[in-house]
Each structure stands twice: as structure tokens, then as C-alpha cells.
Design a protein around this ligand. Sequence first.
Ligand code: FPP
Length: 270
Amino acid sequence: MTLARLHDWPALVQKKVQALDPRRMPRHIAFIMDGNGRWARMRHRRRLMGHREGIKTAKSIIRFCHDVGGIDCITLFAFSTENWKRPKLEIAGLMMLLKYFLRRETAEMVENDIRFRTIGRIDEFPGFVQRELHRTMEATANCKSFTLNIALNYGARREILDAALELHRRLAEGEARREQVDQEYFEKLLYTADLPPLDLLIRTSGELRVSNFMLWQIAYAELYVTPVLWPDFGPSELLDAILDYQNRDRRFGGLSGRPHVQGPESGIPG
Ligand code: FPP
């Protein structure tokens, strides 16, 4: 982070930034932004007020991740394939919030060289939201320094199924040969094909589940769950997660430099 940008943040955040190891930054962080409803309920407010606060948090996290350096991409889980089960009014409110978010933030994204993209079936979203999404994607298509990826109408099982169906089509139509197909090939059929591998998944508000989110991509990601509700989550809490991540020993199923025994002999999986 440049010194000028660092000074924009509170002293505690600056102190934590200084404790980071710049060589071990997670390149891609994903967020399950949970707890907006609880945040609102605790204040006797409507759920949509919680989502509005959630957008404020999202903006501050985007800005911070862009500024801190070493993070190339973040993915925000904003609307799942299961969220259609919510009351119609809440869904409509979320669509409006998304539209205004895109309207207000596109110019700033371009200015800060932030590429905007999505994962999920946005073709099933209302037309007015799709138009805003495409407008922002086109406006930021040539931005390179950071990627903001938002999961919208996203479900990991659907993503894997879509990839499987595309693979089946390619094999049936002779566009691919069976011998070519390995995990790397399959990965290129997922919605995340052009994104860096996921390093860290953060879930707010304490629930210990992954909720159909990035099931393929989390295979070797580090998981971090905090009881803090999404509207109360900020750069200081994010830095706690990154510092925790930097203290972990990522072995990807292999052995680390540490002198401990693993594998079938020890009975300890990698
Ligand atoms: C989960 O909280 C949150 C959502 C389903 C929506 C998340 C959306 C936003 C934060 C706004 C969209 C963000 C952008 C960047 C456009 P919940 O309602 O499930 O909370 P609860 O579990 O406490 O009820």
C-alpha cells in the first residue's frame, strides 16, 4: 500500500497493515457476506436496511483490498440460486440496491483500474439489472490492476453441472477428445476460468457452512469464519483474517518444511 493511501485508514488498520508479510498475500479472497438480516433485526429495522449497510461494507472492503496491494481479485457472494426463495419484496430491494451500486460505482471502478465481472446465471435476472451489469462490465473490460467478481444467481452445483454439460457437448460434437480432458481442462469450463485460484474464503456471522459456494474452487483454499456480522466487518477484521491466513501452513496435500510425519505411515492425512 502506498503511504498516502495507508494514511487514509485508522491507526489500528495501519498497524495491522504493517504486520502483513507482502510476500504471502492471498491473491484471491472470496466472501460469504452473511448477517445483514440479523444486523437489521437487532436494531428493529427492516432486512433491507441490513442489505443497505452490507453494500457500504462491500464498498469499503473493495477499496481496501484494492489499496492494500498483493490482492488481485475478490469474489463477493451477493445472490445465490437459493435466494429466490426469499420474500418478493426483499428480492426486488436487492435488485434495486445492485442497480444503484453499479450506477454509482462504475466511474470509480474505471478510475481505479478495477475490472468488474460476475459469476452465475445473470441471464435469469430482470432486464434492468442485466443492462447495468453489462454496462459496468463493458466500461471496465480493459481495467487490469484488480478484479471485482460478484457472484449473482450463483450456485456451485449449477456451475459444475453447466461445465459438465458443456464438456459433454464438446465430446459429442468432436470439439474435444477424451484423452485431453483432465482437471485443468475441466476447470477452464467453470465460471471462474479466468480468475486466479482461490486462496482464502471468509464467511461472516459465524455459520460453519459453505452454502453451495465455490465448491470446486475451495478444494485447497483456507477457510476463515468470524462471528462478526457483515455490516460490522471492516478492514480491521479483514486484516485479522489475512494475518491468520499468513500464519497457516499451506501444504496442498504435500509436505511442508516442518519436521512432522504425514501420510499413510502416520495415519495423518496431508
Ligand atoms: C446475507 O445476509 C446477505 C445476502 C443474501 C445478500 C448480500 C448482499 C449484499 C451485501 C448487498 C449486495 C452487494 C453488492 C456488492 C452489490 P442475510 O440476509 O442472509 O442475513 P441473515 O442470515 O442475518 O438473515
